[in-house]
Write a protein that binds this ligand. Structure first.
Ligand code: HH2
Length: 297
């Protein structure tokens, strides 16, 4: 029986000698922000013990991957120095790799932080600049054979929401992925190490976020898993007219639609509830097709 096979793909991410399989159901990536200023949970996990406890709790809730970040990338966030980022990150990371067995991703755009994180046990680098901010990032990811998330962003976190502009956001993000995959491959990073992310909220107006979510299945053509970071984001708040702490149901709707459109990794703050959403959406997505297009006429 056919399924919507273009969207229901199996992947194996190669990440520093680790193989991370994605078969049928998308993986849950649980967010731990070790920052005083993140947009939804800033200040809650700056303390090492609290951050580690949060990471352990997210794994208990069903996180398949943890994403540790020590610099906020919310619009207008103040950039953090390299040393400060490492001072926040490394004590938490070294404890998290001891206390959990899941692969750990580190959300950083700096190659020295990435190197230190990979030495301390991380296996994926989640770079919201897709390795454009720091010219040494490609060498670090290649040398360690790390997994890498290449996210689309127009501008920088400081300026990105000032005046985002696209002729066609979907084709521009597609061209961006083409170019960044090419740059990664030229540096020796094979496609099996790459995850792509359209970057919801990063240099995008409301209409751009909605269009990208609606049409994101076109990015399946690259043969890399698609990651989506939709959790509690401002564009959901705009639709709902709700503050960040009241956006869980809105996140659930966006997550279900993203799974339906081929998402393979779901980056969220609320792992337990969103895992149920993902399981249901993935089960529907994988159900056999019996109806032909003309039957809808
Ligand atoms: N979103 C945020 C941070 N990192 N990484 C990827 N790959 N995709 C995303 O959409 C993404 C990301 C912003 O969310 P959050 O981590 O909750 O907030 P902050 O950047 O303020 O710490």
């Amino acid at each position: 029986m056919p399924v919507r096979s273009a969207l229901v793909k199996d992947y194996t991410i190669h990440a520093k000698g680790r193989l991370i399989p994605i078969h049928g159901c998308p993986l849950m990536m649980g967010i731990v922000n070790i920052t005083p200023d993140s947009f939804s949970d800033g200040g809650r996990y700056v303390d090492v013990d609290r951050a580690v406890a949060r990471a352990v709790a997210l794994v208990a809730e069903g996180a398949d991957i943890l994403d540790l970040g020590a610099e906020s990338t919310r619009p207008g966030a103040t950039p953090v120095g390299e040393q400060e980022e490492m001072d926040r990150l490394l004590p938490v990371l070294s404890e998290v790799v001891k206390q959990t067995a899941v692969p750990v991703s580190v959300d950083t755009m700096k190659s020295r932080v990435a190197r230190a994180a990979l030495d301390a046990g991380a296996s994926i680098i989640n770079d919201v600049t897709a390795m454009r901010f720091d010219p040494d990032m490609v060498q670090v990811v290649a040398a360690y054979g790390a997994g890498v998330v290449l996210m689309h962003m127009q501008g920088t976190p400081v300026t990105m929401q000032e005046s985002p502009h696209y002729e066609n956001v979907v084709s521009e993000v597609r061209e961006f992925f083409d170019e960044r995959i090419d740059a990664a491959e030229r540096a020796g990073i094979a496609k099996s190490h790459i995850v792509l992310d359209p970057g919801f909220g990063f240099g995008k107006l409301q209409v751009h976020n909605l269009k990208l979510l609606n049409e994101m299945s076109v990015f399946s053509r690259f043969g890399c898993p698609l990651l989506v970071g939709l959790s509690r984001k401002a564009f959901l708040g705009k639709i709902l007219e709700r503050p960040v702490q009241d956006r869980e149901w809105g996140t659930a709707a966006a997550v279900a639609l993203a799974v339906d459109r081929g998402a393979a990794i779901i980056r969220v703050h609320d792992v337990a509830s969103m895992k149920d959403v993902v399981k249901v959406a993935a089960a529907v997505r994988s159900a056999p097709l019996t109806v032909k297009q003309e039957d809808y006429a």
